[in-house]
Write a protein that binds this ligand. Structure first.
Ligand code: COA
Length: 173
């Protein structure tokens, strides 16, 4: 391991923006977004966590109340749930220099557990060509709800794959 997960705090803001800049340079994520600080700190973000290692920020994940158009409805319809029972895993990334060490998986699992603890089902979307994201979600047993043609806040078309956390509805009881 060698890292720990902590609730995101205001003091993380500048380092998080710098980390996301390095992710954008490395991965092209986020797509078509210029204001990284606004992307990381939207008013719809309910809670968020960071991964730290040796005093440095090495990852991030949030739970948000909104997603790209159609994402929540796709998962909710597929799971036969009210959309209000869903919460969105958002802004998940790990430091490019720290990939493949389990940080992404730990952040994903943590967000799903925190959603379940609130009685909510974690859902998310990723780009159809995001090989790392798809491998992470499929490897973690997330349930696929198909592709969705949606729109980014910039207005650009975006082809997404929609997922929900494994066994999430069963866990809700
Ligand atoms: C997706 C991302 C968070 C994965 O982070 P990570 O720290 O490398 O993840 P992990 O080390 O926990 O790896 C999780 C699994 O995904 C697999 N994986 C990760 N990157 C991969 C890649 N490029 N190709 C294939 N598989 C990959 C790992 O092998 C691992 O599988 P395993 O559990 O069977 O060994 C990271 O690549 C990232 O930040 N990408 C840019 C931002 C992004 O796209 N976020 C998702 C937006 S929807």
């Amino acid at each position: 391991m060698g890292w720990e997960l902590l609730p995101r705090r205001e003091e993380h803001r500048a380092a998080l923006v710098a980390l996301l800049e390095s992710v954008r340079d490395h991965d092209g994520y986020p797509h078509a977004t210029t204001d990284l600080e606004a992307f990381l700190f939207p008013p719809t973000m309910r809670r968020a966590w960071v991964a730290t290692a040796g005093g440095a920020l090495v990852g991030h994940v949030g739970l948000a109340s909104t997603a790209l158009p159609g994402v929540i409805d796709r998962a909710a319809t597929s799971l036969d749930l009210l959309p209000a029972r869903c919460v969105v895993v958002a802004r998940l990334f790990s430091a490019p220099s720290q990939r493949g060490r389990g940080i992404g998986r730990a952040l994903l699992d943590h967000a799903a557990q925190e959603a379940a603890a609130e009685g909510l089902v974690a859902v998310l979307d990723t780009a159809v060509d995001n090989q790392a994201g798809l491998a992470l979600y499929r490897g973690a047993g997330w349930v696929e709800h198909g592709e969705l043609a949606t729109t980014l806040p910039s207005g650009a078309d975006f082809q997404a794959v929609v997922f929900s956390a494994p066994n999430a509805v069963t866990a809700l009881g």
